[in-house]
Design a protein around this ligand. Structure first.
Ligand code: PLP
Length: 388
């Protein structure tokens, strides 16, 4: 049979992540290199015992295995309680929350709900890769706002040309960000709301790293800003904050009209999340403070270890008060993809080249804080011996 992929498939390039990983595996097998994998942001710390126990007990119940369709109100109510406690934001569990199968699923499908082919979507360069995939699926046109060091890596809305803003339907932001771990401020989000109202643009804020902060203050939720619910949505996930990445559970909260449209789309795409996962996720949200505080301490220590270690080697590390990554400019005159391969060959340390997240990532690499502090120190020791 002559199998021919659709024309659209040519827009979905194979991810650099998997190419790098298989190269690293080859090196490991051929040269016996002991890898230190700082590439994917998949939490290395197991979920809290309470969650493991809940999953194991609920999975044994024979009536847990039916379709759950749009999700249980029990989960949505837990999200509403969590938002009220943590963000001081009131949400209606029936109309202002929709569950998604991980935030990846929500992010990739959301543009389909609001964008017609040719509509513009504003997002950042560098930015998380799922945004571009969603824009492509919807046949929309991306406009990338460069994240500039001079601007504290905050997307400069004033630099967006007027004609592009007029044509834009959606703005996707992510703070604390991946790969650039800048954190939001109330002033910045107020500017976003004003911009969205002026040009009638829907805002989607991706808060996947909202529980990863290294200072005393949690990053502000977009929905906590006056006017935010009129213009947009926040998507959040239990993958990182509760070490539940493989369980695939997340949610979108905010504007009720927008949520209704997303629910309508999703009712055609999937039949919901495994009930024990929903119930365990609700339990996690109800115990968020207890579960996330130790994770935060661990990640703050890892962040300090890697940041200071790299700075001592002469690398420039983007300042951050949250997130799960270090975004670093290496002191070598080599492109970021070649650099990442050389680093694997010479040190066994696996990191992601900045250009995997957009052209503005050239000269940078992203290192995920997914190994303990001792392994991170070992990674820095190995990076010291690089010869390029
Ligand atoms: C910014 C951001 N958003 C969303 C996701 C997707 O996470 P999940 O689908 O596990 O919720 C990731 C994963 O790395 C991410 O970095």
């Amino acid at each position: 049979m002559n199998v021919i992929a659709s024309k659209k498939m040519s827009l979905f390039e194979p991810a650099i992540f998997s190419n790098l990983k298989s190269y690293a595996k080859q090196q490991e097998e051929k040269n016996g290199i002991n890898l230190i994998d700082l590439s994917l942001g998949s939490p290395d710390i197991p979920p809290h015992d309470m969650l493991l126990q809940s999953m194991s007990e609920l999975s044994k119940q024979p009536f847990s295995y039916g379709y759950t369709l749009t999700g249980s109100n029990e989960f949505n109510q837990a999200v509403a309680r969590y938002y009220l406690r943590v963000n001081k934001v009131k949400l209606d569990s029936e109309t202002e929350i929709v569950q998604t199968i991980g935030s990846q699923e929500g992010l990739v499908h959301l543009p389909l709900a609001f964008c017609d082919p040719g509509d513009y979507v504003l997002t950042t360069n560098p930015g998380y890769v799922a945004y571009a995939a969603g824009i492509t699926l919807a046949g929309a046109v991306p406009y990338y706002i460069p994240l500039d060091e001079m601007n504290g890596f905050l997307p400069d809305l004033k630099a967006i040309p007027e004609d592009i803003a007029e044509k834009a339907k959606l703005l996707i932001l992510n703070m604390p960000g991946n790969p650039v771990p800048m954190s939001p401020s109330i002033e910045y989000f107020l500017e976003v709301v004003e911009f969205a109202k002026k040009y009638n643009i829907i805002v989607l804020h991706d808060a996947a790293y909202s529980e990863f902060y290294f200072t005393g203050d949690a990053p502000i939720s977009f929905l906590a800003v006056p006017g935010a619910k009129e213009v947009g949505l926040e998507i959040n996930s239990l993958s990182k904050s509760f070490s539940l990445a493989g369980a695939r559970v997340a949610y979108i909260a905010g504007n009720a009209e927008m949520i209704a449209i997303i629910k309508q789309l999703k009712s055609n795409l999937d039949f919901g999340i495994f009930d024990p996962i929903q119930k365990t996720a609700a339990l996690a949200l109800d115990h968020a403070e207890e579960i996330t505080a130790p994770l935060r301490r661990t990640f703050a220590k890892r962040h300090a270890t890697l940041m200071h270690g790299l700075q001592e080697l002469g690398w420039e590390v983007a300042p951050s008060s949250g997130g799960m990554f270090v975004w670093a400019k290496y002191p070598y005159n080599i492109d970021s993809v070649s650099f990442a391969y050389k680093v694997i060959e010479q040190t066994g340390v696996l990191m992601v080249p900045g250009t995997a997240f957009g052209t503005e990532g050239e000269g940078f690499v992203r290192l995920a804080l997914v190994q303990n502090a001792e392994r991170l120190q070992e990674a820095v020791r190995r990076l010291k011996s690089l010869s390029l």
